[in-house]
Ligand binder design. Structure first.
Ligand SMILES: NC(=O)C1=CN([C@@H]2O[C@H](COP(=O)(O)OP(=O)(O)OC[C@H]3O[C@@H](n4cnc5c(N)ncnc54)[C@H](O)[C@@H]3O)[C@@H](O)[C@H]2O)C=CC1
Ligand code: BAL
Length: 499
């Protein structure tokens, strides 16, 4: 594990960082064509960290044109897979070498804890890019079972120019989830980071050039959803968009596609993920640790957060006592303090949205208070199924408890949502665990643990949590490639063959 520094040492690094300011297009930093900028704020202190290029449709157009040029001349798309692998593996090494700088930058820009940035976000970013790089020279095309007179090849080709629209909750890691397979496949990409958290994507693009990625292959266009996200979604020369964020905005990309060039769209959206604990669950202390991690990790700003605890009444009181015990250990405070587990919510606006949910709670079992502007303590509330607290994605450190009396009721309550991203079930009964896992309508179900799987397992949602594909695993490559059939007719029509 990474050796963490002291709070003071992290503050010193933060003060000395050189923060990127400009978009990254065609292998170099450049200001917005209009010259406009916006301020990026440290949500933990409210202070302005710096300014960033406020790009618009013209910048999107330029980035797409450069990405297209790179794609068509084959400087990346037609390199042998092994050559693409070498560059991606070098990029992963450069991320590791610059891990501390990236971790501090990520923490400052997003309010995420330095602990998480150092131990999860940055190392996982490197790992994901390396994994996809190493995968790409090990995937074979297929030969279809055609007749002896024909050879039918089924080959995968990169989809082309890809738009990647990112959220602010895991700025680097979601970038890696998307550029890892997209670049490995040979696509050229235009990344649109969330306006709240642009800095690390820019720095990573620079590292990619240092690793040998040809210019134009990875472009980062900074700015708002309306000024950058929409033009990218509507661009007629973008072949595909992969988006992670809210269901409301994800839905817009389907309209953009329908109104423009029918580009493919993959959406990884929100969740109101159930965590079921049955009366026979063993080792309640371990269960409680999973519940707390699932609900409060990254301040609950996680699409797969276990935000609904559906607990059988026989175990409810004992479990909640242990959950509260564990939650109290999660120190709230300055994200740059390595002891802190609960940092700042990403922005003033998001903080206000989450704080408003506290007002809806009639039964607060733990916490329930704003600690300071931007900071909310881990909170546990009880609410009836169907209430706003039990159905809406809060995206903050608020765990909603819904008591149930049976396994069947637990599954019914868990599935009573428009979302279907992740779910977990805790029980010592193996048959029930498997039956529950089959019955839960979610893209990932964990048994006796909370998690998202890992890089080897597909991640994405059922119902309104996802559309069109999966991130992670070899299946992520399906998003960024398309199948081509090459049919070779070898019928011998020479005179001797006919005779
Ligand atoms: N599934 C997930 O991982 C995430 C879910 N959310 C949910 O969404 C809620 C709202 O957060 P937002 O930051 O507003 O999410 P959002 O879905 O609006 O933002 C995600 C990305 O889409 C872009 N975008 C926004 N409006 C756009 C538009 N009209 N056209 C094209 N692109 C656009 C944003 O700039 C950002 O890059 C959160 O409270 C949370 O519930 C937010 C972030 C991540
Ligand atoms: N937890 C990774 C995906 C997301 O929250 O957006």
């Amino acid at each position: 594990m990474t050796d963490l520094l002291t709070h003071e040492e992290y503050r010193a690094i933060a003060a000395s960082l050189d923060l990127p300011q400009n978009a990254y297009i065609d292998g170099g930093y450049r200001p917005a064509i209009s010259g406009a900028t916006f301020e990026t704020v440290n949500p933990a202190t409210g202070t302005v960290l710096g300014t960033v290029a406020a790009c618009g449709a013209a910048d999107v157009g330029l980035a797409v044109a450069k990405a297209r040029e790179a794609f068509e001349d084959g400087r990346w798309s037609r390199l042998p897979p092994g050559a693409r692998k070498d560059v991606l593996v070098r990029l992963a090494k450069l991320i590791e070498r610059n891990a501390r700088e990236l971790a501090v930058m990520e923490s400052l820009d997003s309010g995420k804890t330095i602990y998480d940035c150092e131990t999860v976000d940055v190392p996982e970013t490197a790992h994901v890019i390396q994994w996809h790089g190493e995968l790409i020279d090990k995937i074979y095309d297929q030969v279809a079972p055609a007749s002896n007179d024909h050879i039918a090849l089924v080959v995968r080709e990169p989809v082309g120019v890809v738009g990647l629209v990112l959220p602010w909750n895991f700025p680097l890691l979601m970038l890696a989830w998307k550029i890892g397979p997209a670049l490995a496949a040979g696509c050229s990409v235009v990344v649109k980071p969330a306006a709240e958290t642009s800095l690390t994507a820019l720095r990573l693009a620079e590292l990619a050039s240092d690793a040998g990625l040809p210019r134009g292959v990875l472009n980062v266009v900074t700015g708002s959803g309306a000024e950058v996200g929409e033009p990218l979604g509507r661009h007629p020369d973008v072949d595909m968009v992969s988006f992670t964020g809210s269901t409301v905005t994800g839905r817009r990309f389907l309209h953009y596609s329908a109104d423009s060039n029918l580009k493919e769209v993959v959406l990884e959206l929100g969740g109101k993920n159930p965590c079921i604990v049955l009366d026979d669950a063993e080792d309640l202390d371990a269960v409680a640790a999973h519940v707390v991690n699932g609900a409060f990790w990254n301040m609950g700003q996680n699409c797969s957060a276990a935000s609904r605890l559906i607990v059988q009444t026989g175990v409810k009181d004992r479990l909640l006592e242990k959950v509260a015990q564990h939650a109290r250990e999660w120190v709230v405070g300055d994200p740059l303090n390595p002891e802190v587990r609960v940092g700042a919510l990403v922005s003033k606006a998001h903080f206000a949205k989450v704080a408003a949910y506290l007002e809806l709670a009639d039964t607060v079992l733990m916490g329930g208070k704003v600690v300071a502007e931007g900071f909310i303590e881990p909170t546990i509330v009880e609410a009836a199924q169907g209430s706003r607290l039990a159905t809406e994605e809060i995206f903050g450190p608020i765990l909603t408890v819904v008591p149930v009396t049976s396994f069947e009721q637990a599954i019914a309550v868990a599935n009573d949502t428009d979302y279907g991203l992740a779910a977990s079930i805790f029980t010592a009964n193996g048959k029930r665990a498997l039956r529950g896992a089959r019955m839960l309508r979610a893209g990932t179900v964990t048994v006796n643990s909370f998690g998202e799987g890992d890089i080897t397992t597909p991640f994405g949602g059922y119902k309104q949590s996802g559309f069109g594909g999966r991130d992670n695993s070899i299946h992520a490559h399906d998003q960024y490639t398309q199948l081509k059939t090459i049919w070779l007719d070898l019928t011998d029509t020479s005179d001797s063959a006919i005779a």
